[in-house]
Structures are given as C-alpha cells and as structure tokens.
Write a protein that binds this ligand. Sequence first.
Ligand SMILES: [Zn+2]
Length: 315
Amino acid sequence: MSITQDTLQKFIFDNAAVRGELIDISATWREVQARHDYPAAVKKVLGQMTAAAALLSANLKFNGSIIMQIHGDGPVRLLVVECDAELRLRATAKLNPDVTIADDSNLTALLNAHGKGRFIITLDPLEKVPGQQPYQGVVPLDGDDVATVIENYMLRSEQLDTKLWLAADDHVSRGLLLQKLPYHGGKAEATPLNQEEALETWNRAVILGSTLKEQELLETGIDVLIQRLFWEETIRVFDPLHPQFHCSCTREKVGNMLKMLGPEEVEGVIAERGTVAVNCDFCGQHYEYDKVDCAQLFASNAPVETLLPAGEAKH
Ligand SMILES: [Zn+2]
C-alpha cells in the first residue's frame, strides 16, 4: 500500500487582492470510494464536491463542520460531503434503484433533470451556544457543474467573487480556488489606484486559472501547477494543510437514530429478523442491535451516550 498524503496549499497574491488554494485530495477520495462502486459520472461529481468542500472549509473563518449537499430530482437522489475544522472528510451518494447512468451525464442530468435540484450548505459550529442552530443556505442548482453551482452560491449568498476549477476521476481529485478578497484598502490607504490594481490582479489571476484544463488538473501535481500557472506573479505560499478521510459514525449515534425511529418500527424489525442491522452510508461500518440492546435504548430516558456499551451491559 502506498502512503500518500493529501495536500491543501494556500497562497495569496502579493498585493493581497486575491487568495488562492490548490488541493490534491486523491487519497481521501479513494477512501470514499473504497466501499462503494458509483457510476463514472457520479464519481466525477462527488469527487469534485469532495475537493470543493475542503477548499471552502479551509477558506472559511469558522470553527466547525461544513456539510455540502445536493438533493437531486434525477437518477441521483443525494450527494453529501462533510468536512470538519481539521479538514477530515467523508462523502456519500444515494442513487435511485435500477437506474442506468451514462458516463457523460453532467450535474444537471444526474441531479436536476426536472429543475428541482437543491444545493445546500450547512455550517455547523463546533461549540454551539445553547439553542444555536447550524447556519443553512439552500439555493436552486444554478449551473451544469459543481464549480459553477458553488461560484454562483458564493457570489449571491456571500458576496464573494470566487472561481473554481475541479477535476475528479477514479483515482484523482484536485482543485483550484481563487477568491477576490473584499477590498479594505489593502496595506495602504484606500486609494482609487490601489482598488484598480486589486481588480487588475483579480482579472489576471482568473485568466491564468482559466488556462487550466480538466485533463491537466487530473494529470499534474499541485506543486507543479502552482509554478506553471503563477510563475510570473509574486505570491506568498503558506504551510501546507493535510486533509484526510475520517468517518464520525459511532454505535451511540446509530443508536440515537434508531431511537428516533421509535420503538414500534425497531421492535417490528427485531420480531422479523432477530436483530437490527445498520451499515454506515459513509464508511460501511456495520452496526448490529439485538433485542436486549434495543430494549435498553428505549428503556432509558438518559441520553444514549451515557449507556454502557451493549456488550458489557448484557453480562
Ligand atoms: Zn461511518
């Protein structure tokens, strides 16, 4: 097994007009796929979303998880990518049963066949004040690919000029993000000249980014790309960050989910099959609850986390 580490490289243009990020999240992306066999078109979109979630997460001044979802009305029902503050990610797709998906299906064909697809971004803070709800933005699927949908979202909801280039296949997921920094006069006083310079830098950065083709992004490491794209620019490069795959599922969380289903439904399954078996959608982890486990779930009003692990409780 080869040990590869994913890398997210932040950089900033010298006059602080534009910030950028390049990401190679291929190892994480292969972990996501390890327990699923998605059609090629789904891989492409979900792989791109995985890169985009990490790029946005690293870009936000926010301590918590970002959850990116696309609810579809076509052959794909749902795509989810979660990324926490430490850039640990998990992702999954839910497809309608018995659908055939052509390899060249784009985002619209997969998820917005009837114009009812929705793009949802949730920001879930790590430390919530009591009663605080996660922030959630819901917008129509405005664009035929992941990059366009996110660019439109960032412009309309966050008033931020953002450009994304994303590429993913079976093995690789990489991306580039450029963002025009809100103009606060830069280092010096706000003068029309500085503002003009800032806009020029942004325009130049976008032109350089636009030379990047999907195939080139799939084939080229990000250390080479940063040189190739921006060698004529003065940019400052930060210490690299390292995104990785991580699933946050636990026996306790799955137990809570069963609790929410209610005793009738759970006991019905026990009567029929002897145990309730649940596989995590993200990592495939198998959880099983027998009659005693389930009785214990519903007997207690205490939060499930405080219960003993089922194995010990039965002794
Ligand atoms: Zn899991």
